[in-house]
Design a protein around this ligand. Structure first.
Ligand code: GUN
Ligand code: FE
Length: 426
């Protein structure tokens, strides 16, 4: 059992922060939250308390969509739209991950920087390469951080250097599954079935991946309705599909297993209905949507419809690994939508964006992202003394950390109850 004292802030519901000034948080030996209290209950008064003084204690961040092999391209190469961007910058960079030394170098920095920015759980695309994908999974395990790691399936419309066969991707996912069943620290690191997107996968590969997800009871991740040119292309490639989402649904890759679909900038009508019915998660990636000039996803509409929403950095379409920085874009893009629709789509509040970054995203990993009883204790200690030089309220201090802070204010990181030390960069 562990007891922590700090200013506690979380979002059990999206509608408001729960704030406990100088509160106590009790964690059991399994790393789960027992409860939060403004006074320490009598039964614990003889126990040692770790006192973080006037610091903030908040749930750690969850990133539900990003590409580890694109990490070297962060912050560069943003002068093209999606399809030429993939061909010109992204596919050549991902092709380098046939080299396991290169993979170790880039992936160790990637995992280190997730740790640095307080992202304790992530849903990650790797590449087609099974050895490099295993290296990435091992780095997460060594760091003690939660992840769903996807070896990517792609067997059409890519370069020769970045294509695999149905047999190869199925064998790769099976091997990773068997390996992580043994070594995955009770599901802390798990495989996720990852067809890149419809233009990259033939019917045979999609069918095999849908069948595999069902057989091994694995989640699924891919991209959906990100860019106008992409959507037109999918219509040409899959004329029998009634919408882009239907092209996944046909193969059991659209909510038959828990499913993440990144972007959804142009999702409406039938596709929205299907996502609602199948409870497919929209992963909103506004930094990427700005950088690649893709568009603006109607997040308020998804929330009103009861479609689950989480947020992602989408490295390297998105330039910034920091989830609080992505939250700024979540709110700002929602305000542009608000203006564009004459106020019909209400913009998101800070507590709503925080909820998406913590509890909503965390739900994909189990009971994660909140300080309610039974939740895994994933948390960050924030020392914002440099930003808090006057009488700011606790909510204002959190706001200033999100808008003006960065990794320098993050002093301690917990995942599943364990304090994590700095991962090695090779
Ligand atoms: N669609 C297919 N692949 C990708 C990718 O790597 N990044 C983004 N943003 N969209 C994609
Ligand atoms: Fe992506």
């Amino acid at each position: 059992m562990k007891i922590y004292r700090a200013n506690l802030i979380d979002t059990p519901t999206k509608d408001a922060f729960r704030i406990i000034e100088h509160g106590y948080l009790v964690v059991d030996d399994q790393g789960r939250v027992v409860g939060v209290y403004d006074q320490l209950p009598a039964e614990y008064t003889n126990q040692p308390v770790t006192d973080y003084g006037d610091k903030l204690l908040i749930p750690a961040f969850n990133d539900l969509h990003l590409h580890a092999p694109q990490y070297r391209n962060s912050g560069i190469a943003m002068d093209l739209e999606l399809l030429p961007w993939l061909n010109t910058y992204t596919f050549p960079e991902e092709s380098k991950f046939s080299d396991t030394h290169y993979a170790q170098r880039v992936y160790s920095r990637f995992v280190h920087d997730l740790w640095k920015n307080g992202t304790m759980r992530s849903a990650v695309f790797a590449t087609i390469h099974p050895d490099a994908t295993r290296i990435l999974a091992d780095l997460f395990l060594k760091a003690g951080m939660g992840a769903m790691v996807g070896q990517v399936g792609m067997d059409r419309n890519g370069p020769e250097t970045l294509s695999n066969t149905t047999e190869e991707i199925v064998a790769g996912v099976r091997d990773l599954y068997a390996y992580l069943l043994k070594n995955g620290q009770d599901g802390l690191v798990r495989p996720i079935v990852t067809p890149r997107f419809v233009p990259s996968c033939t019917e045979g590969m999609m069918q095999a991946l849908g069948d595999l997800a069902k057989e091994l009871n694995l989640p699924v991740q891919s991209h959906l309705s990100e860019n106008r040119g992409e959507i037109t292309w999918v219509k040409e490639l899959e004329p029998q599909s009634t919408c882009y989402g239907d092209a996944y649904n046909h193969y059991g890759l659209f909510g038959q297993q828990p499913t993440l679909m990144a972007h959804c900038c142009y999702t409406d009508g039938e596709e929205m209905e299907l996502m609602k019915r199948n409870q497919v998660v929209v992963v909103h990636c506004p930094t990427s949507n700005c950088n690649l000039a893709s568009g603006m996803a109607p997040i308020r509409m998804f929330m009103n419809e009861g479609i689950p929403v989480a947020i992602g950095s989408d490295i390297s379409g998105g330039h910034d690994l920091s989830i609080p920085h992505v939250m700024q874009y979540v709110i700002q893009v929602s305000k542009l939508q608000y203006a564009r629709t004459q106020g019909q789509l209400q913009f998101l509040s800070l507590n709503e964006a925080f909820y998406l970054a913590t509890k909503a995203g965390g739900a994909f990993f189990g009971k994660v992202g909140s300080f309610e009883p039974g939740y895994e204790f994933d948390a960050l200690v924030i020392d914002d003394a440099d930003l808090n030089y006057d009488n700011y309220t606790l909510q204002q201090r959190l706001e200033r950390f999100v808008y003006l802070g960065d990794d320098r204010q993050i002093k301690v990181r917990f995942c599943r109850g364990k304090e994590l030390c700095e991962p090695v960069v090779y």
